[in-house]
Design a protein around this ligand. Structure first.
Ligand code: SF4
Length: 261
């Protein structure tokens, strides 16, 4: 069973490093005065969904990977397990007001997007999250590519993407548990770059969370490092509303939109 350790924010980083050093058997949780919290987890199960990996590799659902790719997948899934250092942080904040396409969040944080404003006007709170599978997998993908092992790099990169997706599902599950404890439901995940939510709003997401806890940083182009990281929001509100199934795409008639889901 993982150990839970309550810490002051100032001591968290040191113990997080210790947890990694000792084999990652700690869970670290800092609870603040309201339902907002910051969590870091270094011992999450690492699940690899083969269907997702094959999709990231470009296979359609009804096509089996070639024997060579299947063999590489087996080999590199084991490699990935030794490289991945999952970490995440999330915080749940009150939504203060929605004005047009701007959502004003406790903080102060302002999310600017018509699609996000229409989601959050249905919600009472919003969970902001950042997660990563760590930088070692990125480094190994780059090393494989530099060594001209292009297929191997491609396979490991696809596995990393699948693990990041699985980690996002796990974090979403934990946010759902926190919401249910308040008698509330959650929306699906939305990330900067979706629809009209400009990627530059990553800055606003990152300003909400103390990124030192996750080890994820933004480049000047608003890309995350390590690359296998994800940031975004999940709306939280009444289960009597339509937030669980809400998608702006359902009522949008923009044809051929690559962001449709
Ligand atoms: S279809 Fe495209 S433009 Fe329309 S809501 Fe979805 S992402 Fe936005």
């Amino acid at each position: 069973m993982p150990r839970y350790v309550g810490l002051s924010a100032s001591s968290l980083l040191n113990v997080a490093s210790l947890a990694e050093t000792k084999g990652g058997l700690f869970k670290i949780m800092v609870i603040s005065s309201n339902i907002s919290n910051i969590c870091m987890d270094v011992d999450m199960d690492i699940n690899v969904n083969m269907k997702d990996v094959c999709r990231y590799l470009g296979y359609s659902p009804d096509v089996e990977p070639s024997p060579r790719i299947a063999s590489l997948l087996g080999e590199y899934i084991e490699t990935a397990r030794s490289l991945i250092r999952p970490a995440y942080s999330y915080i749940i904040k009150d939504i203060k007001a929605i004005v047009g396409s701007r959502a004003f969040i406790e903080g102060p944080v302002i999310f600017e997007s018509e699609a996000i404003a229409r989601l959050l006007e249905r919600c009472e709170k919003v969970a902001v999250f950042i997660l990563t599978v760590g930088g070692r997998l990125d480094e190994t993908v780059r090393w494989l590519a530099d060594s001209e092992q292009i297929i191997e790099a491609y396979v490991l990169d696809a596995i990393g993407s699948s693990v990041a997706e699985g980690l996002a599902n796990s974090v979403e599950g934990r946010i759902q548990e926190a919401a249910r404890a308040q008698g509330l439901c959650i929306s699906r995940r939305f990330c900067p770059g979706y629809c009209d939510w400009d990627i530059s709003q990553q800055e606003m997401v990152f300003s909400t969370i103390n990124i030192e806890y996750t080890g994820v940083f933004l480049t000047d182009e608003y890309l995350m490092l390590p690359e296998k990281s994800m940031s975004g929001i999940i709306g939280i509100g009444s289960c009597d509303s339509d937030i669980e199934s809400y998608s702006p795409c359902a009522t949008c008639d923009k044809r051929g939109c690559p962001g449709r889901r």
